[in-house]
Design a protein around this ligand. Structure first.
Ligand code: FAD
Ligand code: DLZ
Ligand code: SF4
Length: 508
């Protein structure tokens, strides 16, 4: 009896556990573009196009490899509209009575498959280094789940950048070398861009016809859509950008969206690349002497550290994680997150880039759009939905912990030991956004004051009870308390007035 082997749009890896378990001679692979997955949030059109184009090409590779594969396109007349619906339709068509799948990266879909009216065998997703049991074992009994200690375990487990039992170069972490402000000149032209072929062009037509009302520009579409192209993108990054990745990891430049970042997350998250091969390429570049240790270590930490750690947290914390709101924030997400006018140049720039590219690098997400939402007290569920919609690399297992936990502190400190908040001074130090802004970053109150300056103190003041005893925030509160009482009152009054204007829909 044949079985159905489900391959989802972010499971495009030849070594996928469901494929490894299958019998090529008798089992049938099912892949489906469905309205449910394209519509559970209003994904950026570039993300839908990336997933569909990569799915179609992956399906072709599997067919060429001899698999019996049933592929459903979004506009096929018999399309059942959901993953479970498609499985049932294919089961009826083929007589299959069992489904084998690799665990999806989202509770929503896991539940749907678990309760599907057909037998489903769900296998672990072993494309990650840490299994759920590994992470639970690491987390058990710890008072705080800090990424740094988990990361060291992953270094030991993989042997990456290890000299025997010790970290290469004598240190686990070289982050103190990685906080340089934006350079004046960037000679790197950014990630490799791919011209759409006929198959991708067909997908682009479909996405244009069906999802034109979603936020984001579909064209130009330049993502890699095959493993071979993704490997080219990896090679390009290692050769041209990784050497400076570490130094300028936190910097932002108006005229250079990606700086020295990899822009590999979309490929990694849909399975075209694997985490270990990426890290090994970075390690090799360091061993060959073409990349300094702070760059190789900083980059590898993002992948075997942060990426694995946030996935561990998502599955450890459970389905209710995305609804957490420890700071009880309830402001609506301002319209300028969807492109409405704002005078804040940093926000306008980050949103514009998000719209055109479906990409922003980590510091733009964390310290510009995320920082503002946290300071202004925006409802974290709305912030979460925004991040899940607008980035090409957004899948809930990785997006939610970054947003709910790291960025919005809505999990009450499971991920972050203190909230990631800053005044305008940080943005000014790390970017050139403030130069072109209608607000003045040096002005703290009154006419033209940078809203980040006002809201920073407003945030600390309104959450004093929660954070006053946090050792990492002592300096912030001492600085605030040293200001004279009149000044503190003016700051809070100005912040309150500014928030009122925001709520009234004025252009702020
Ligand atoms: P680089 O800076 O070049 O880093 C290399 C790789 O490390 C990335 O490709 C990525 O796979 C991994 N990585 C780096 N930081 C993280 C992190 N914090 N968590 C997980 N992986 C990391 N990343 C996503 O992949 N999907 C998301 O939906 C997502 N949402 C985010 C939301 C918020 C609010 C924040 C603050 C961060 C989010 N991140 C997300 C993490 C990070 O911003 C992106 O992984 C990174 O910007 C991807 O671009 P890059 O490939 O150029 O990364
Ligand atoms: C993101 C996405 C989109 C837009 N469309 C599909 C689809 O039509 N079919 C599919 O199998 N997968 C799609 N995906 C990826 C899934 O939403 C993803 O597998 C889950 O969110 C779990 O990570
Ligand atoms: Fe952003 Fe303030 Fe700088 Fe303007 S002055 S770009 S609002 S940080």
């Amino acid at each position: 009896m044949s079985r159905l082997i489900l391959v989802l749009g972010d499971q495009l890896s030849e070594g996928l556990s469901a494929l490894a378990e299958a019998d090529k001679d008798s089992d049938i692979v099912v892949m489906a573009e469905v309205a449910d997955e394209a519509g559970y949030v209003r994904h950026h059109p570039k993300k839908i196009a990336l997933v569909f184009a990569a799915m179609r090409k992956f399906a072709q590779t599997l067919k060429e490899d001899g698999w019996d594969l049933r592929y459903t396109q979004l506009d096929d007349t018999h399309n059942a509209g959901s993953i479970v619906g498609e499985l049932l339709r294919r089961a009826e068509e083929t007589g299959a009575q069992e489904v084998i799948c690799t665990e999806p990266g989202e509770w929503r879909l896991i539940e749907k498959l678990k309760y599907a009216p057909i037998k489903v065998q769900m296998l672990p997703d072993d494309r990650f280094l840490a299994s759920h049991a590994d992470f639970e074992g690491w987390a058990e009994g710890r008072k705080a789940l800090r990424m740094e200690y988990f990361y060291r375990e992953m270094r030991r487990k993989t042997g990456l950048l290890m000299e025997g039992d010790d970290p290469a170069g004598g240190q686990w972490n070289y982050d103190h070398d990685n906080r340089k402000p934006a350079p004046d000149d960037v000679e790197y032209e950014g990630p490799i861009r791919f011209e759409p072929d006929a198959q991708t062009a067909e997908v682009l037509d479909l996405v244009e016809a069906r999802f034109a009302d979603h936020f984001g520009d579909l064209y130009p579409f330049e993502f890699a859509t095959t493993r071979a192209q993704a490997l080219e993108a990896l090679d390009h990054f290692i050769t041209h950008a990784l050497p400076k990745f570490g130094d300028y990891q936190d910097a932002m430049l108006e005229e250079h969206e990606t700086l020295y970042h990899a822009v590999l997350s979309p490929y990694l998250n849909i399975g075209l690349l694997g985490p270990i091969e990426i890290c090994q390429a970075a390690e090799k570049a360091w061993q060959d002497g073409s990349v300094p240790i702070n760059a190789a270590e900083g980059f590898i930490r993002q992948i075997i550290g942060w990426r694995e750690y946030v996935r561990g947290i998502y599955f450890l914390e459970g389905p209710d994680y995305v609804t957490r709101n420890a700071l009880r924030h309830d402001r609506d997400l301002p319209d300028f997150y969807w492109g409405a006018e704002t005078k804040m140049n940093c926000i306008a720039h980050a949103v514009r880039q998000t719209k055109t590219s479906a990409y922003a690098h980590h510091i733009q997400r964390l310290m510009v759009t995320g920082n503002f939402a946290l300071l202004a007290g925006v409802d974290p569920a709305q912030v979460h939905e925004w991040y899940l919609e607008v980035y090409a690399d957004a899948f809930e297992w990785v997006e939610a912990p970054n947003t709910i936990g790291m960025s919005q502190f809505a999990d009450g400190g499971v991920i972050a030991s203190k909230p990631y908040v800053s005044s305008g001074a940080y943005i000014n130090r790390m970017s050139n956004y403030c130069k072109g802004c209608a607000y003045k970053v040096s002005v703290k109150t009154g006419e033209g004051a940078c809203p980040f300056n006002l809201l920073y103190w407003h945030f600390l003041d309104r959450h004093r009870d929660r954070f006053k005893d946090n050792a990492r925030m002592g300096n912030m509160y001492r600085t605030w308390d040293r200001m004279d009482a009149d000044r503190r009152e003016t700051v809070l009054k100005d912040a309150g007035k500014w928030l009122k204007r925001l709520d009234a829909g004025e252009v702020v």
